[in-house]
Design a protein around this ligand. Structure first.
Ligand SMILES: NC(=O)c1ccc[n+]([C@@H]2O[C@H](COP(=O)([O-])OP(=O)(O)OC[C@H]3O[C@@H](n4cnc5c(N)ncnc54)[C@H](O)[C@@H]3O)[C@@H](O)[C@H]2O)c1
Length: 431
């Protein structure tokens, strides 16, 4: 399959469908169509995006032999069905997060994807901001020293009024964890990507700030990030968290603290991550993505602007000063994914987040839910993760550091405090 013969289609017609369609166009992949919850929704989106006619139903999309890759941008409860259908139809899959509603569903998708030999990706998109890749390079090269502490937040305000409604508030559609699954998974994936450390155990406090909300009694409520809709409403009890505080123990002995909220006025998409190493600290925020703060003990702190160091990941795609952001991260991720698609299947160590990484977040979510329920530290149970996938979190991350760091630079090996056997066995696997 050559690059330019690859074609995509999208299931879903909302916020993410638009983002995916735009990024695909920017890398030259034709989008043959979308399918929505109804032919009318599909038609509205195809005319807004200037796409060909929508597919009448998902089965029609799957039956279209011209489609090589399906992008799953439907609500969470449909991810398993849509991704499974695409894999069974022999299509590569790019699935939005969370990969599935439960870790059982996520493990099932992992198994099917693995045995199919098809490309499978999950949109943990923060990995593709140049400054996140630069942070990872600095940690992996030893420039920051041993990682001791990782703190951060993911705060939003688009659900801060009782009139705000979205399908995510219904646990049957969004999942039993909301803030954790919707936004926390991005932060947790990023922390693992930058440090290479895996979460060993967690204790979480989950809280509902708005116990009842005014649910529109209409088709589907407000679209993501949009204001409340006019019309009849029904007061509806809420049973998923608006707020979360999570303490984390990583497998190298380092600690983390994550705070999450979808009810913080003024915070639109405030993902921030700060890492304290034994030699230096790093801080990055998604709302100011061109800057990486570098903290020092004995010299002035620095702010690294993207593009400042030619040949490093921080150089990014566009020349310095031509601000890169959220849409560019999707473009960068799809370049990696579509390299694998063009090659006919995933490389041994993918340089993009895979279904395995989606499953990793699902088992972490299980532990977060259990720890909140029992008010106790809970160990991540990775028994659902097939042995054949066991090290791909590390190997994928290690390779992606090298692959993204063009021209490829060998990352110096180093010993870190609390380093475990799994790292050395990972490198024996060729990672
Ligand atoms: N990676 C990211 O940065 C990011 C950001 C936002 C959302 N997401 C994820 O993207 C997914 C979609 O979220 P969104 O914000 O676009 O939601 P949205 O509500 O804007 O869009 C969902 C779309 O799915 C459509 N849909 C519903 N039922 C369907 C069906 N049976 N068949 C086909 N389409 C159907 C709806 O009509 C709607 O257009 C979610 O899983 C969400 O977690 C990811």
């Amino acid at each position: 399959m050559s690059d330019h013969s690859v074609r995509a289609a999208i299931v879903g017609t909302g916020f993410m469908a638009s983002v995916h369609a735009e990024a695909l166009r920017r890398i030259g992949v034709p989008v043959l169509g979308v399918v929505g919850s109804s032919p009318e929704r599909g038609s509205a989106q195809t005319s807004a995006l200037g796409l060909p006619s929508p597919y009448p139903a998902y089965r029609d999309l799957l039956a279209d032999d011209r489609v090589d890759v399906v992008h799953v941008c439907s609500p969470n409860h449909l991810h398993h069905e849509h991704a499974l259908g695409a894999l069974q139809a022999g299509k590569h899959v790019v699935c939005e997060k969370p990969l599935a509603m439960t870790s059982e569903e996520a493990a099932d998708l992992c198994d099917v994807a693995h045995s199919s030999g098809l490309v499978n990706a999950v949109c943990f998109i923060q990995r593709f901001y140049p400054q996140c890749q630069e942070a990872r390079r600095r940690v992996r090269s030893g420039e920051t020293g041993n990682v001791r502490f990782i703190t951060g937040t993911y705060l939003q305000d688009w659900l801060s009024e009782e009139t705000d409604w979205n399908w995510r508030l219904n646990p049957r559609l969004g999942g039993t964890l909301r803030a954790v699954g919707d936004i926390g998974s991005h932060w947790l994936d990023l922390a693992g990507f930058i440090t290479g450390n895996r979460i060993e155990s967690v204790i979480a406090d989950l809280a509902i700030a708005i116990p009842t909300r005014l649910r529109p009694v209409g088709p589907s409520g407000a679209a993501t990030f949009s204001a409340a809709v006019d019309g009849p409403v029904e007061r509806t009890p809420i049973d998923t968290e608006d707020i979360a505080g999570i303490l984390i123990r990583f497998d190298d002995g380092s600690r983390g603290v994550l705070t999450l909220s979808q009810v913080s006025p003024g915070r639109k998409n405030h993902l921030s991550l700060e890492l304290s190493g034994s030699k230096a600290s790093l801080r990055w925020c998604a709302e100011d993505p061109e800057k990486l703060w570098i903290g020092h003990r004995d010299q002035p702190n620095q702010i690294l602007l993207r593009g400042a160091v030619p040949g490093t990941p921080a150089a990014g795609n566009y020349p310095a000063g031509h601000v890169q952001g959220y849409p560019d991260a999707f473009k960068a991720m799809y370049r990696a994914v579509y390299r694998a698609v063009a090659a006919g299947g995933p490389p041994p160590a993918p340089d993009y987040p895979t279904f395995h990484d989606g499953l990793e977040q699902a088992v972490i979510a299980d532990a977060i839910a259990a720890s909140a329920q029992d008010a106790t530290w809970t160990t991540i149970d990775r028994a659902k993760m097939a042995p054949s996938y066991g090290k791909s979190f590390d190997t994928a991350a290690d390779r992606s550091c090298t692959a993204m760091n063009q021209p490829a630079a060998a990352a110096p090996s180093r010993l870190r405090h609390g380093e475990r056997g799994r790292r050395s066995s990972a490198s024996q696997d060729g990672s």
